[in-house]
Design a protein around this ligand. Sequence first.
Ligand code: IPE
Ligand code: IPE
Ligand code: MG
Length: 242
Amino acid sequence: MVCEASLPRHIAIIMDGNGRWAQQRQLPRFSGHKAGVDSCHRIVKACAERGIEVLSIFAFSSENWKRPSSEVNDLMGLFLLALERYIEDLHQKNVKLRFIGDREQLNPSLQQGIQAAEALTQENTGLTLVIATNYGGRWDIIQAAKSMATAVQAGELCVEDINETLFEQHLITQDLPAPDLLIRTSGMTRISNFYLWQLSYTELYFTDVLWPDFTEQSLDEAIASYQQRDRRFGGFLEQEEE
Ligand code: IPE
Ligand code: IPE
Ligand code: MG
């Protein structure tokens, strides 16, 4: 178990490597995604047990539509199945679900499942689980800019009053703390259009472990690495330099 001092409040994860995990076993990519869902459930539970406030997981990016339609359909079907299978358990664990991303492009049954899951868990006070589905960091920034422009047009906002705090209030993550730790699995060392604005001062952690193989121990290793970092936010403490 990790030490409780300086636990990250918000962990964000780019869950990558399902396809390669399946390929290594000569299984269809779908098997990798199924194993990825199990991994997800394990890590959500582990974060709740460790007292993490917010866990954001990148489930489907706005660019993942570029994949073959059979894989996109498989993924959408799996999201709905996973929701139906785990929602009661998550609710019992006091987890609050929240979906971010452009919902309108998702199929109606998935949209309904999302709405029902959010409604069921909205009063829960434990871990906030943010599931990024059809999410892109650039989409988020554009929708925030549009929302502010609309407010200016309606005379509700003065251009002079736009600052970082106000901009953040228009992002889809408005009321959440910025991620303290970003984990990306599978050896890829890029952001792939996940949180762009939000990651300004996030500690980045990359591991070669493929997402379906990511365990509670892998999570603890990432948290332990985070706890050794010297976060400066552009400044420094005078006594550190002495
Ligand atoms: C991550 O695994 C899951 C999603 C992006 C939905 P991938 O499907 O990207 O797996 P690799 O990168 O091909 O191994
Ligand atoms: C990022 O993984 C998106 C998700 C994990 C949902 P990708 O596998 O889509 O990223 P790239 O294409 O390797 O950058
Ligand atoms: Mg990938």
